[in-house]
Design a protein around this ligand. Structure first.
Ligand SMILES: C[S@@+](CC[C@H](N)C(=O)[O-])C[C@H]1O[C@@H](n2cnc3c(N)ncnc32)[C@H](O)[C@@H]1O
Length: 335
């Protein structure tokens, strides 16, 4: 118990100091297209909450304790609830509770569920996540692999399934405190035979620490936007992605800012901006980036989207889901 508390305390202390280095955008100071982006972002959050309540399988919405079993708190549509997923929501809520400023660092719940759906539909043998933070998206990926294994083995509820020799899910994370927290969480929920986390710089991990003899069928990239192109190219150049394999990239609309750089959209935004958005639409943005950081990230994602769209090795589907979610499939044959 003491060891657990120390693991958590270290991770949250690190998260706190990371958050302190960021200045939350002051919504009232936003001007022009940023005001529009802020209003769009709030609408998307409300939409996401509605979609979440009407999707399954979902964990229950518990209190914040990481290790105590969750109580059923009257979550709507309880037929859609799968208590074996509760630990994922506990992890998210504990993170948000202890350090509210970094809530935007994790993917939204609905993205987590979408990853779960994609994995259970596509049934990849191996999954790579670049990068993992405290493991929220990693847990969705891992539970999806778990579900797929159980189904393929036709295991009865409450019976264990046969586990693979090597964990099929691999995550990358630089910060040792987060890595410790993830490892602890995987062990606590008996998922450590299904997922492992490699500590270090992700580019180094991709280039030198993974076994290319066993390529991944699915790669999820959710990281520093400056590295998107490097991670994408490395996954393809180093043969980490199996032919026909899928790369999923988050934030490819970057808080509705990416397309504000696209000339046809700039023209429309300029028109909307003459009057400003309706004041009732105007709400606090939730992302934890300074204004300059957000602009820079949008520029980097813009370049990434162009890079992928010009790449004959792959096909892409950029979906306007929340913050943008791109599916990139490696073609089976070389162009
Ligand atoms: C956006 S967060 C990942 C969130 C995670 N996918 C989720 O939804 O739960 C990005 C993470 O990348 C880590 N990171 C930043 N630079 C890195 C690097 N060069 N190598 C590995 N991890 C890095 C940060 O510590 C942070 O935890």
């Amino acid at each position: 118990m003491l060891a657990l508390t120390v693991v958590h305390a270290r991770a949250w202390l690190h998260a706190q100091s990371m958050a302190q280095q960021m200045r939350l955008v002051d919504a009232k100071s936003l001007q022009g297209p940023d005001k529009v982006a802020s209003a769009i972002n709030q609408r998307l959050q409300l939409t996401e909450a509605y979609c979440w309540d009407h999707s399954s399988p979902r964990p229950r919405a518990p209190g914040i304790a990481l290790d105590s079993p969750a109580a059923n708190d009257g979550t709507p549509f309880s037929n859609s609830i799968d208590p074996s997923l509760d630990h994922i929501e506990q992890l998210r809520q504990a993170c948000q509770h202890r350090c509210p400023e970094i809530r935007g660092v994790m993917i939204p719940r609905l993205h987590g569920l979408m990853l779960y759906w994609l994995v259970t539909l596509l049934k990849p043998r191996r999954v790579l996540e670049v990068e993992s933070f405290v493991g929220y998206s990693l847990m969705w990926l891992t539970e999806a692999i778990h579900h797929t294994l159980r189904q393929s083995q036709q295991v009865q509820p409450n019976q264990p399934c046969q586990l693979p020799a090597e964990p099929p899910v691999v995550g990358c994370e630089l910060v040792p405190e987060y890595v410790a927290l993830i490892r602890h969480h995987l062990q606590t929920h008996q998922l450590d035979k299904l997922a492992r986390i490699v500590q270090g710089r992700a580019l180094d991990t991709l280039k030198h620490k993974l076994n290319t003899a066993q390529p991944f069928d699915l790669v999820f990239i959710d990281t520093n936007k400056a590295q998107y192109i490097d991670y994408y190219d490395t996954a393809l150049d180093q043969g980490l992605l199996a032919p026909g394999g899928l790369i999923i990239v988050d934030n490819t609309l970057m808080h509705s800012r990416v397309h504000s750089q696209y000339p046809p959209v700039q023209q429309v935004l300029a028109e909307i901006n003459r009057d400003g958005p309706n004041s009732s639409d105007y709400v606090e943005p939730t992302y934890c980036l300074t204004e300059d950081q957000a602009q820079q990230a949008a520029q980097q994602v813009y370049q990434f989207n162009q890079h992928v769209a010009n790449d004959s090795r792959t096909e892409q589907l950029l979906m306007p889901i929340f913050d943008g979610f791109t599916l990139i499939r490696r073609k089976l044959t070389r162009a």
